[in-house]
Ligand binder design. Structure first.
Ligand code: SF4
Ligand code: SF4
Length: 470
C-alpha cells in the first residue's frame, strides 16, 4: 500500500502506485488542458507531484513540450541564475564485494586491477586536485568491509581536510559509499561530510534484485531505506540518483520523485541533489546488453522535468556526458558539474597505467578548459562551499532556498571563489575572460551592502587573502 510517510521501502516506493501513475500518464499524454494546467501551476516554483511529472514526461504535444522546456529554463534562471558549481570525484578504492552487472568493479571482474589508495596516495591525489583548483570533492569507494571499512573512509576524509597545498584547500567532501548503519552515518557526519550520495540504480525491486545478484547490495529494502538512516544519523543533505538505462526511464523518474516526496514527508526536507547518470561503456560492460538505453532527447526531457518537479534541488551531471550534452543539460536545469575528472583510483596524481576506471569519460577537458567554456557560454563557474560550512544544511538551507534569499549568498560567493581560481590556477586567457566577467557580474548584485563587501573581499583576494564567504 502506497504511503509516502512509511519507513518501509516497498510502501514509499510502491510498485503498484508507479504502475498506476504510468498508466494515468499514458491515458493523458494528449490531454492539452491537463498538461497545460500542470505547466502553468508549476510557474510558482513549488514543484509538481510524481503523478504530474509522469504526465509531463509522456506529453506528446510539441507545443506543450516546448513550453515545458521554456519553464525549466525559467526556473533554473530564477533560482540558480547563471552559476554552475564545480566538483570532482575522487576514487579511493575499487575493491568491491557486490555484483552489480553494470559496473566494472563487480566482484567477478578479474580483468580490472584492484587498487586502494594509501593515506600517502590520498595526500598526493588531494594535492593534485587542489593544484587544479578544486575545492569540492565527491569520494567514491566500492563496498568491501575488509578493504574499505568505515574507518578507512573516515581516515581518508581527515587526510583530505588536513591538506593545504599552496593556496589550495578541499572545503567540502561529499561521500558516495554503500548503504550503511545509522551509527556509521553519524560518524560520517562527525567527520564533516557535506552531502551523502547514494544512487538507487533502479527503483524497480524485481529488476534491482536481478541486477544485484550477490553481496549486501542485493537487499533492495536496506539500500532504498539508506537515506532514512543517513537522516537519522544527522546527515541532512542527501543526494539521490538512478542509473538511467537499467530499467524504463519513466519508471525511474516516478521512483526518484516518490523518494523525494518520502524524504519531504518524513523529514521535512527533500534531497539536496539529484544526479542523472546514464549507463555508459566500461571494462567488462557492454552498453548493448542494456535494452533501456535513454536517448539524448529523452534524457534532456527528464532533466527539464526534474527541474520543474524539484526546483530547489541541485542537479548534477558528470563527465559521462559529452560537452555537447552537458551544454544542453546546463540550460535545462543542471546546477553542478564535474570537471577534469578521473574515474580511476589514483588517476589524478599519476597517469593511469593500470586499468582501474569505473566508466569511460566523454568529456576529458582540463578544469581550465571547462571553466573557460562555461564562461564563454555565459555561466559563472563557482567553487563555493559556503553553506555547509556556515551550518546552512537540510531544512535551514531549504528555507533560505525557497524564499530566494540564498541568492544573496550564492552570487557573491561564486564571484569570490572564481576570483581565487583565476589568481591561483587559471591560464592567461581564462584569467582575462574571468576578470571581465567578475566586473560585469558584480553590478548584478542587487543589495548595495552585499555588493560593497564583495568588492572589498575581491580586492583582499587580489592581495593574497583567501576563503571569504557569505
Ligand atoms: Fe561495487 Fe558500487 Fe560498482 Fe556495485 S556499483 S560493483 S557496489 S562499486
Ligand atoms: Fe551552494 Fe550555498 Fe554556495 Fe549557494 S551559497 S553556491 S547554495 S554552497
Amino acid at each position: 500500500m502506497y504511503d509516502p510517510k512509511s519507513m518501509k521501502a516497498t510502501e514509499f516506493i510502491d510498485d503498484s502506485e508507479i504502475l498506476e501513475t504510468l498508466a494515468y500518464a499514458e491515458e493523458n499524454k494528449s490531454n492539452y488542458e491537463l498538461i497545460n494546467s500542470i505547466i502553468e501551476r508549476a510557474r510558482d516554483c513549488k514543484g509538481v507531484t510524481h503523478k504530474e511529472a509522469a504526465v509531463l514526461l509522456q506529453c506528446d504535444i510539441d507545443e506543450l513540450n516546448n513550453k515545458m522546456y521554456e519553464l525549466a529554463k525559467e526556473i533554473k534562471q530564477n533560482i540558480y541564475g547563471n552559476r554552475i558549481v564545480m566538483f570532482a570525484p575522487l576514487y579511493l578504492s575499487n575493491y568491491c564485494i557486490n555484483s552489480c552487472v553494470y559496473c566494472p568493479y563487480h566482484i567477478k571482474n578479474k580483468n580490472i586491477c584492484r587498487k586502494k589508495l594509501t593515506q600517502d596516495e590520498v595526500r598526493k591525489e588531494t594535492i593534485a586536485l587542489q593544484d587544479m583548483g578544486h575545492k569540492r570533492l565527491a569520494l567514491e569507494a566500492g563496498e568491501d568491509p575488509k578493504n574499505n571499512p568505515i574507518e578507512y573512509i573516515l581516515e581518508c576524509i581527515d587526510t583530505i581536510y588536513s591538506i593545504k597545498h599552496k593556496n589550495g584547500a578541499i572545503r567540502r567532501v561529499n561521500v558516495n559509499i554503500a548503504a550503511t548503519t545509522v551509527e556509521n552515518y553519524k560518524r560520517l557526519k562527525d567527520a564533516g561530510i557535506g552531502t551523502y550520495i547514494l544512487f538507487q540504480e533502479t527503483y524497480n525491486k524485481a529488476n534491482y534484485e536481478v541486477l544485484h545478484p550477490m553481496g549486501p547490495k542485493h537487499d533492495y529494502n536496506y539500500h532504498t531505506e539508506a537515506m532514512d538512516r543517513a537522516m537519522q544519523g544527522g546527515i541532512d543533505d542527501v543526494g539521490l540518483g538512478v542509473l538511467f538505462g537499467l530499467n524504463t526511464y519513466a519508471y525511474e523518474l516516478v521512483g526518484v520523485l516518490m523518494h523525494a516526496e518520502h524524504l519531504e514527508a518524513v523529514f521535512g526536507v527533500g534531497p539536496h541533489t539529484v544526479s542523472v547518470p546514464r549507463i555508459c561503456p566500461a571494462d567488462d560492460i557492454d552498453v548493448g546488453d542494456f535494452t533501456n538505453a535513454v536517448p539524448d532527447e529523452i534524457w534532456q526531457k527528464i532533466i527539464a522535468i526534474i527541474r520543474i518537479a524539484l526546483p530547489y534541488t541541485g542537479m548534477i551531471v558528470s563527465t559521462r556526458e559529452t560537452p555537447k550534452n552537458r551544454e544542453k543539460a546546463l540550460e535545462l536545469g543542471i546546477s553542478q558539474i564535474s570537471g577534469a575528472s578521473s574515474t580511476s583510483v589514483g588517476g589524478y596524481a599519476e597517469q593511469e597505467e593500470e586499468n582501474t576506471a569505473q566508466f569511460d569519460r566523454n568529456d576529458t577537458r582540463t578544469l581550465d578548459e571547462v571553466v573557460l567554456w562555461l564562461m564563454e557560454l555565459g555561466y559563472v563557474p563557482s567553487f563555493c562551499t559556503a553553506c555547509y560550512r556556515e551550518g546552512r544544511t537540510g531544512d535551514r538551507f531549504m528555507a533560505l532556498a525557497k524564499t530566494g534569499s540564498i541568492r544573496n549568498c550564492c552570487h557573491p560567493n561564486a564571484l569570490m571563489t572564481l576570483k581565487e581560481y583565476l589568481i591561483d590556477y587559471a591560464s592567461d586567457k581564462t584569467k582575462a575572460v574571468g576578470e571581465a566577467l567578475i566586473k560585469k557580474e558584480l553590478l548584478t548584485i542587487p543589495n548595495e551592502k552585499v555588493r560593497a563587501i564583495a568588492e572589498k573581499n575581491l580586492e583582499l583576494i587580489s592581495e593574497g587573502q583567501r576563503d571569504f564567504r557569505f
